[in-house]
Design a binder for this molecule. Structure first.
Ligand SMILES: Nc1ncnc2c1ncn2[C@@H]1O[C@H](COP(=O)(O)OP(=O)(O)OP(=O)(O)O)[C@@H](O)[C@H]1O
Ligand SMILES: [Mg+2]
Length: 233
């Protein structure tokens, strides 16, 4: 799977982690991948307590959350070949660090991660049209990897437009859109949230799933996702 989202901070890591966890629970060897991670300065090793800085987050960088969810023993470098301190678009973070993200290196790293694994769960960076390098978008990487696409999106106001734009951007590049996941899906959804789910499914002609609020600090407590419906005969 390649997990993208309608933008940044919409739940990509949570959705990717839940998928990885479910597959690992089924006994599969799961590898995880994140082409580039930025904002590592927000998680200083011995600075202020990250828990205080991110009261609602998983308190750990994406590659660490993904590794734990998958039960993987991959190293940081194997999961995320490019890692930067500032929280900004990866193409800019690379430029300010005096380098450039190399698409070939990303493909080689993803393929090395998938080697020997039963499943690869990749998380994008921001949304589909975020540049990884000048002229090379997250979407280009998703196309090159050829994995089914999952779109994480918010359940609330504004999500219809963001999600349909993402679906259009995905389909226009020929990506195989597996599902949209609305996250975190409230225990008692409002009429707007229920309607958003139906509207996205109808207008986007896409499978729409929901992910309940998870305790991000305790992956062991997460419920397994239900299996996909059997293919039509
Ligand atoms: N199902 C969920 N359970 C609990 N919290 C959630 C859930 N979905 C989203 N969140 C909240 O949304 C925040 C952002 O989620 P997440 O870190 O997965 O986003 P992201 O799209 O991966 O962000 P980034 O662009 O930084 O990679 C989380 O810290 C959490 O507070
Ligand atoms: Mg993330």
């Amino acid at each position: 799977m390649f997990v993208t989202g309608t933008g940044t901070e919409v739940g990509k890591t949570v959705v990717a982690a839940a998928i990885a966890r479910t597959l690992a629970r089924e006994g599969k060897r799961v590898a995880v991948f994140k082409p580039a991670i930025t904002g590592l300065d927000d998680y200083p090793a011995d600075g202020p307590n990250p828990v205080d800085m991110h009261p609602h987050s998983a308190h750990r960088p994406d590659h660490v959350v993904l590794r734990e969810a998958a039960g993987s023993s991959q190293g940081d470098e194997e999961i995320a070949p490019y890692r930067y301190g500032p929280a900004m678009s990866p193409h800019l973070a690379a430029q300010l660090a005096g380098g450039r993200i190399d698409p070939e290196r990303l493909l080689a790293a993803a393929s090395a991660a998938a080697d020997g694994a039963d499943a690869l769960v990749a998380e994008g960076v921001g949304g589909l049209l975020v540049p990884l390098a000048p002229g090379y978008l997250v979407r280009d990487l998703a196309v090159a990897l050829g994995l089914p696409l999952v779109v994480a999106a918010s359940p609330g106001l504004g999500t219809i437009n963001h999600t349909l734009l993402t679906i259009e951007a995905a389909r226009s590049a020929g990506l195989d859109l597996a599902a949209v996941v609305l996250t975190p899906w409230p225990a008692a959804p409002t009429e707007i949230e229920r309607s958003n789910r139906e509207t996205i499914a109808a207008l986007g002609e896409v499978r729409v799933e929901t992910l309940p609020e998870l305790d991000l600090r305790r992956p062991g407590s997460w419920p397994a996702l239900r299996p996909p419906p059997p293919p039509p005969r």
